[in-house]
Every structure is written in C-alpha cells, then in structure tokens.
Design a protein around this ligand. Structure first.
Ligand code: 8YV
Length: 315
C-alpha cells in the first residue's frame, strides 16, 4: 500500500466522507475515551494522514502519539482544534475547506443580523403563544443604512460586506492590519470600531491569537443599542462578559451561531428574547456540506498520490 496512505479518522465525519475514506483508504477511526491510549501505543506509528473536522481536530496529545504523521486533512475552514504549532515544527501539512462555505456562512450572518434588528424570532414566538390577539408586537430597529463593523475581513468577512452593501450599510472593519486593496474603512482599535458601530459581526479565525478579543470593554463600547453577531468561534468572545452585558441591558442583543463550550449554551441566554441562538449551522446546507466533503476528499486524494494538499492553510 501507498506509504503516504495510512489514514486515521479522528472524530465523527459526514457519512459520505467517512464511507469514502474507509472504502478507498481503509481508514481506521481512533477510539475515544479509555481505549485510545492502548490503540495509539500499538498503532500510532502506522498513520501518515489524519482526517478530522473543525469540531474535533488533532490536539497536542494525539499529534504527539502519531510520530509518522505527515498531513491533517480538516473538514471545515476553521482548524483551531488542531495543534498548528506542533504541526509547523514537525513539518506536518494541514488543509482546510476555504471558500466553498463563504456564501452560506455570510448568509447566516445576515439572517442573524436581520433577526436581532427586526426581532423576527421573537415575533414568531409572539404569534405562536397567541399574544397577537392581545396587542401588537413592539417596534423593532431598522437594519438598512446602519453602521456595521466587521471583525475579521477575510474571505467570509468580505462575503458579509458584499451582502451588507445591498442593505446600504456603512461598513467598517478591524483586522490586525488593513486588508490590502479593501475600500472599506479600517479601524485599528476594536473598542473604537465597537463605539462607532450599530452592530459588530465577528468573522475572525479562532485560535490562540483571538481568544476573548471581544472583551467586556468592547461590549461596553458597543452599548445598550448595539448588537453582536458571531458566526466565527465562541472563543473569540468573552462569553461571561457577553452574558453579563445582555442581562444588565448594557448590550442591545446578540445573534450567536457559536459558543465557548458547544453544544452547551449559557442557561441565562435561553430566557432572553433579544438573543438569537443557533446550533453552529452557518455552513449547514446540503449544497455547502457536499462541497466541503468533496474538497476534503480531494485534499486527501491529492496528498496520498502526490504528497501535496490542494488547499493548505496559510503560513
Ligand atoms: C463546520 C465550521 O460545521 O468550517 C468551519 O470552520 O465551523 C463549520 O463549517 C465545522 O467545522 C465542521 O466540524
């Protein structure tokens, strides 16, 4: 068999990805829990490629137990669950699934943004509980024309900005550095961006560099009329500070697809009508997941046959 083709499955995968890697590459899934250590002691050195998803990843301990690992093929654009530093130092290549999910993730950001401004989920609950017969739903806020700050103007952030142009929004953004060639207004201070925005949308990558970037101070700057939308990673927000700001009314509302400890959502948020909660579904359409599956499998095929990845991560 191909020396590059000993494939380890890490965590659950989409059925089509799982069945293909088993049929084509005789992939073996690493056991969870108690049985893992014994399995790795016996077989860890056999594997050259790990196929995983952003949800699980190849963490430090697992990567260390795979001494001959050459590549991590990640289903999902985010790979913050994989130990990138160790991979870099060992020359292990990593691929992700960029671009194919931009549309759906950006669409979901707009769905959340519209929902927090216009309160459509809350209004739906209002109709269902029979409240309409007793009175009118309170007036909401207009989205069109508002000032929107994008945190992370990358591929997904740019797709969000394009959609916001259709709503005549005034778009500003924060990145570590200005995006080359972008005409949107760059704001170097996140607190200043929050103070200048009616809503902040988080589209920054997760990982060590962005932990709790959205701090209590940034949320305070966004203020009681401000909204937060997060389609990136829960780790980018200080979730305790977010809950506190929503409970005290110091933040106007939030639309969240991602959380610090999925699938656990802070209990206090469940009772808040100005918060929209989604179960990490931004890329979750039949079309986009099929495209992500195909790109994942293409990366694997290419690695096994040539030793290179089609969509390696940057850096
Ligand atoms: C996936 C995501 O659902 O691509 C990402 O980074 O968060 C989602 O599209 C998830 O990573 C798959 O496990």
């Amino acid at each position: 068999s191909n020396p590059r083709g000993r494939v380890l499955q890490v965590g659950p995968l989409m059925p089509v990805v799982q069945s293909t890697i088993v049929a084509e590459h005789h992939a073996v899934r690493v056991p969870d829990g108690q049985a893992r250590q014994a399995f790795l002691d016996e077989h860890g050195s056999e594997f050259t490629v790990a196929v995983t998803s952003g949800k699980i990843g190849v963490d430090s301990a697992l990567m260390a137990a795979l001494p001959n690992l050459l590549a991590v093929v990640n289903f999902g654009v985010g790979y913050d669950t994989t130990d990138v530093a160790q991979a870099r130092s060992r020359g292990i290549q990593i691929s992700n699934t960029p671009d194919v999910l931009n549309d759906c993730v950006a669409d979901t950001a707009l769905a959340l943004l519209l929902d927090v401004f216009r309160r459509t989920s809350a209004a739906d609950r209002f109709v269902r509980r029979g409240a309409w017969q007793k009175g009118n739903f309170p007036l909401a806020s207009k989205l069109s024309g508002k000032r929107i700050g994008i945190v992370g103007l990358g591929r997904i952030g740019t797709a969000i900005a394009q959609r916001l142009e259709g709503f005549n929004c005034v778009i500003s953004y924060h990145n570590r550095k200005p995006a080359v060639g972008s005409e949107y207004r760059y704001v170097g201070s996140l607190t200043e961006l929050a103070a200048d925005s009616d809503a902040l949308i988080i589209a920054a990558a997760g990982g060590a560099d962005s932990v709790k970037l959205i701090s209590a101070e940034v949320l305070a700057a966004l203020g009681p009329q401000g909204y937060l939308v997060n389609i990136a990673r829960g780790s980018v927000v200080d979730e305790a500070a977010l809950v506190a700001a929503l409970l005290s009314g110091d933040l106007g509302g939030a639309g969240l697809d991602v959380f610090a400890d999925e699938p656990n959502v802070p209990e206090a948020l469940l009772a808040l009508d100005n918060v929209v909660l989604l179960p990490h579904l931004a890329s979750g359409t039949l079309e986009t997941r099929a495209a992500m599956a195909e790109l994942t499998l293409t990366n694997l095929e290419q690695f096994v046959s040539t030793g290179t990845l089609l969509t390696p991560i940057a850096g």
